[in-house]
Design a protein around this ligand. Sequence first.
Ligand SMILES: *[C@@H]1O[C@H](CO)[C@@H](O)[C@H](O)[C@H]1NC(C)=O
Ligand SMILES: *[C@@H]1O[C@H](CO)[C@@H](O)[C@H](O)[C@H]1NC(C)=O
Length: 302
Amino acid sequence: MHVTRVRYWILAILLFLYIAGVLFLSAVTLHEPKNLTHGKQTDRNQPFSRLKNYEYGIPGLRPPLRGRSKIQWCSTELKYIHPAIPPVALVSFPGSGNTWLRYLLQQVSGFYTGSVYKDYGLLKNGFPAENIANGSVLVVKTHEWGYNARKIFSKAIILVRSPAAAIQAEFNRQSGGHIGFASPDRYKRTKGKYWQQFVNDKLEAWKQTNLDWLYNFTGPTHVIFYEQLVDNLEHTLKTIINFLDISTDENLFKCALERKEGIYRRKRRVLNFDPYTDEMKRKLDKIQKKVYEAIYNFATPS
Ligand SMILES: *[C@@H]1O[C@H](CO)[C@@H](O)[C@H](O)[C@H]1NC(C)=O
Ligand SMILES: *[C@@H]1O[C@H](CO)[C@@H](O)[C@H](O)[C@H]1NC(C)=O
């Protein structure tokens, strides 16, 4: 009886210390940059956003880019936009190259890009305006959808990547950080049920994100594909610069293209098996077709 009680107390104290430790670390993370507002803009009705709060809060404990070389910027100094412009959303489903595009835009424009999240790893590695969600930055990253997610923005760039690739990239990010990988056995966890559920949930989120912004956002909208960025970076970047209505000088543009790789692109690593079953592929194809058709119809109204 007595021993049980002692054990109970020890457990309680350990638990307390653990919670205090976590709170302390997150407080350090939250108070790092000056002039920032906290935790903007997550629609609490969406389970997807709630999940994200965890994803984006805790990785501060294991900065994904520790020990990596520092980014060399083409501009001598990145700047905020002053006076501020009407805020532009950079919308994407996670794993669609959002960070890479932010990096490229900072290179060609010399302006910071912001985010409705606060990813500590990004904040410390090239994106000090992470968590700024207004027109003092060039674009503001968001993975959210719904009225609350859209209402603060005047224009939107929607970055779309094929769902199979994006979902796998997101799976990698959740297990290995921005440039790491999921180990093969993570796909096989709980006899593959975990991965199966992940694919189902994320495919739905992929569809919602893209269609909601496409159909329901009323400001000027520019849709680009990740694959288009990879295949024809120069042209695609120019269309974005046009859409944003900014000027960039020849040298800056050339420099950005030379440094296009940055440090945020995962190197290709091929799994020795295909993580998608035939059934998953059929579903991915079906939804992808539906969304791409909506995009093409949107781009060329009849
Ligand atoms: C943008 O947001 C930051 C952080 O919340 C704030 O300090 C700054 O004044 C804002 N700028 C504008 C133009 O609203
Ligand atoms: C567009 O908005 C309506 C009403 O807010 C919502 O019911 C609908 O789901 C949205 N469309 C998409 C594709 O999310």
